[in-house]
Design a binder for this molecule. Sequence first.
Ligand code: IMP
Ligand code: MG
Length: 171
Amino acid sequence: MNKIDVLIPEEDVRTRIQEMADEISEKYKDQEVIFIGILNGSVFFLTALAQLMTIPIEIDFMAASSYVGTDSTGKVLITKDLARSIEGKHILIIEDIVDTGQTLHLLKEMLEKRKPASLEIVTLLDKPERRKVEFQADLVGFSIPDRFVVGWGMDYNQKYRELPYIGIINE
Ligand code: IMP
Ligand code: MG
């Protein structure tokens, strides 16, 4: 077992998610919104956020991983694609954390080709110091320092996703 220190307590995470849900509900009132969760990390944040929305939404998921090809340009591999078209819809990509920015930068570029009415990125956490490509999420829960975190969907070797607070592994 690893020892885990609390970086952001559960109550603070829930308070911030409520604020984010209020902000999104207001901004998208009268619009058709689809939340797109990026598996697996976004699941806890997406469901908490979705349940606090005051407007109806749709939910879909995709899974992707980014890698650097031999020509050193980033590529994104879609391992699970969306179940339906996003053309003409207002899309909110829901992520657990933006780190180097590589995955979302490429994913955003790819999804924009499918002609959504709008496309914004919502992330629970952001580690701006780690960025390798220029990328800015549209709505960020918390900006955190360059530390490896777990909980709220984020894992360390597939463990600790279920923790209801944001923790730092202290070995
Ligand atoms: P990137 O922004 O393309 O580097 O990829 C971000 C992804 O890496 C996130 O969606 C997480 O799945 C994972 N990740 C980045 N930082 C952390 C962390 O501190 N803890 C757990 N997973 C992380
Ligand atoms: Mg992720």
